[in-house]
Design a protein around this ligand. Structure first.
Ligand SMILES: [Fe+2]
Length: 169
């Protein structure tokens, strides 16, 4: 008797179905948080006010530009594993752990503090996800991919902290 089809049915690359399903679940969570962070960065890029508008406006553009590339790579990795990449805001919000920024934040310090908090949450998640993907799911390729994302977020968080007003003296 044929059991319910699984995403592993057509791929024979050494991962079992449970491993593959879990890696896709992890990547779906990563992709969803990337979208929440992306929209938040655009919000701040557009709506910020004050004397630091120009530098923060450009810095946020640089950050969401980097995320655009990461988003595409994450979604395509889900497809490589045989999964389906979510493509709607409803799905992203369902799978994201980050919260959207309600309304427009126009103060630079508020924006930076929100983004540092989000980046640190993403960094903590990615550390756990990379470890689980390599050790339990035995998917070294996706593990490496997640470590690369982790490195970028660690760098982004450092840059963001340098924009905090108390660090300017
Ligand atoms: Fe712009």
């Amino acid at each position: 008797m044929k059991t319910t089809p699984t995403i592993a049915d057509e791929i024979s690359d050494g991962l079992n179905n449970d491993q593959r399903t879990r890696v896709v679940e992890i990547l779906t969570s990563v992709l969803s948080n990337q979208h929440v962070l992306y929209i938040k960065l655009r919000n701040f890029h557009w709506n910020l006010k004050g004397p630091r508008f120009h530098s923060l406006h450009e810095f946020f553009e640089q950050l969401y530009g980097g995320l655009e590339k990461a988003i595409d790579e994450t979604a395509e990795r889900i497809r490589m594993l045989g999964g389906v990449a979510p493509g709607s805001m409803e799905e992203f919000l369902e799978h994201a752990s980050l919260k959207e920024a309600a309304g427009a934040i126009t103060n630079g310090d508020d924006a930076i503090s929100t983004l540092v908090t989000d980046q640190e949450a993403v960094i903590r998640d990615l550390r756990e996800f990379a470890k689980e993907t390599e050790e339990e799911c035995e998917d070294q390729a996706t593990g490496d991919f997640l470590v690369e994302l982790l490195q970028q977020h660690v760098s982004d968080a450092w840059m963001l902290r340098s924009f905090r007003s108390e660090d300017e003296s």
